[in-house]
Design a protein around this ligand. Structure first.
Ligand SMILES: NC(=O)c1ccc[n+]([C@@H]2O[C@H](COP(=O)([O-])OP(=O)(O)OC[C@H]3O[C@@H](n4cnc5c(N)ncnc54)[C@H](O)[C@@H]3O)[C@@H](O)[C@H]2O)c1
Ligand SMILES: [Zn+2]
Ligand SMILES: [Zn+2]
Length: 372
């Protein structure tokens, strides 16, 4: 038995996603779950694919990796979720057994790397078929721009059903990535001054992550005054519009010439990664959460790096452990310690998805969220 549904399909870069009817088996294989999607956010990582900045994507592919839904069916051996559970999807499902999993870094899991890099399931296969019978890939192994998705059990994390789907969907990428970059990767301390460069979906969450753990001072930088206003609402004490202000000069003024202990880049541009690294205090750490286009390189001075004990640290999915962090973030939301409501600036139907990405290109809104 198969289920037919509509999905937004990526077939080639620089073209609108096409709405197509596809099909998925109604019974998941052992160890997998079938999720009926209820909401999916639009993330800049999907846009990297659409505009051709990330090359070599297998096609056709259902994009989308920031989703929440309800478990519709479970395969043999699935024990952590049951039919009817509200789940947030994780694009780093983990095997639980490799050296990374057992050392507490499941985002680096051998299986997860395969899953999100090859856009297939753990066994290397696809689960969805086009109307013409072609195998359809699912972005990051999820593919949330369609009403159904089949995933390894560890990619479906049960959360409190009190959270609305639109808000909990964002925990599937922007919130976990941004809050996690501050809380997990940077391990922000109360004595730290934290700079966040880029205040989109990921950056605003880095701001509220720094606030959640009580950073001494939070500074936000962007080229949009509207995003900087939002950054203040999410916890920034100072804002810098780098379209007409010099980042290094303002940071020097704000920190008495010392620089910041933590700088989080949440855009994915070489100049902003270098700029974030360039305003670190001695002993500081720059976190790269933004993802660059294929082939981009940055330049740093290794002498200064060793002399001043500076760190440049990558952050994948906020160095998260989905099983712990997703329910935790949802509870912080329900207890009003983080804000997910203001992140949802537009709720759209699946057929408005291309318009949603046009809006993202123009830098409008924080997150458009598809409601199924
Ligand atoms: N590391 C991870 O695991 C991970 C996960 C999700 C997303 N990402 C990446 O994070 C980045 C941000 O994603 P998003 O969804 O928040 O994007 P977004 O489009 O919502 O936000 C980008 C922000 O950067 C600002 N900006 C653009 N150019 C700038 C410049 N030169 N100087 C200052 N600000 C500038 C924009 O005004 C906007 O506010 C993307 O590269 C995305 O692929 C990384
Ligand atoms: Zn994302
Ligand atoms: Zn593993």
């Amino acid at each position: 038995m198969t289920i037919e549904f509509t999905a937004a399909i990526f077939r080639a870069p620089d073209a609108p996603l096409t709405l197509e009817t596809v099909s998925i088996p109604s019974t998941p294989p052992a160890g997998e779950v079938l999720v009926r999607m209820k909401a999916s956010g639009l993330c800049h990582s999907d846009l990297h694919v659409i505009i051709g900045e990330w090359d070599g994507m297998p096609t056709p592919m259902i994009l989308g990796h920031e989703g929440a839904g309800v478990v519709e069916a479970v395969g043999d051996g699935v024990s952590s979720v049951a039919v009817g559970d509200h789940v947030v999807l994780s694009w780093t499902p983990s095997c639980g057994r490799c050296r990374y999993c057992v050392s507490g870094r499941p985002v680096l899991c051998d299986k997860a790397a395969e899953h999100f890099a090859n856009h297939v399931s753990f066994d290397g296969g696809t689960r969805i078929t086009s109307a013409d019978g072609e195998p359809v890939y699912s972005f990051a192994g999820l593919g949330t721009f369609g009403e159904y998705a089949m995933l390894p059990e560890s990619a479906a994390i049960a959360v409190d059903a009190a959270a609305p789907f639109e808000q909990s969907a964002l925990v599937g990428c922007a919130v976990t990535t941004g809050v996690g970059a501050a809380v997990n990767t940077a391990a922000v301390r109360t004595s730290d001054t934290v700079l966040v460069v880029g205040c989109g979906g990921v950056g605003l969450n880095a701001v509220q992550g720094a606030r959640l753990v009580g950073a001494r001072r939070i500074i936000a930088a962007d080229i949009s005054d509207r995003k900087l206003e939002q950054a203040k609402a999410f916890g920034a004490h100072e804002v810098i519009n780098t379209a007409h202000e010099d980042l290094a000069g303002r940071i020097s003024d704000l920190t008495g010439g010392r620089g910041v202990e933590v700088a989080i880049e949440a855009i994915g541009l070489p100049q902003t990664i270098e700029a974030a690294y360039g305003v670190l205090a001695r002993g500081g750490r720059a976190i790269v959460a933004g993802q660059v286009a294929d082939g981009v390189k940055v330049s740093i001075d290794p002498f200064v790096m060793s002399d001043q004990e500076l760190s440049l640290i990558g952050s994948n999915y906020g160095s998260s452990r989905a099983e712990v962090d997703f329910p935790n973030l949802i509870e912080h939301y329900l207890n009003r310690r983080i804000d997910l409501d203001s992140l949802v600036t537009r709720v759209i139907d699946l057929d408005e998805i291309n318009d949603g990405f046009e809006e993202m290109k123009r830098g409008e809104g924080i997150r458009s969220v598809i409601r199924y």
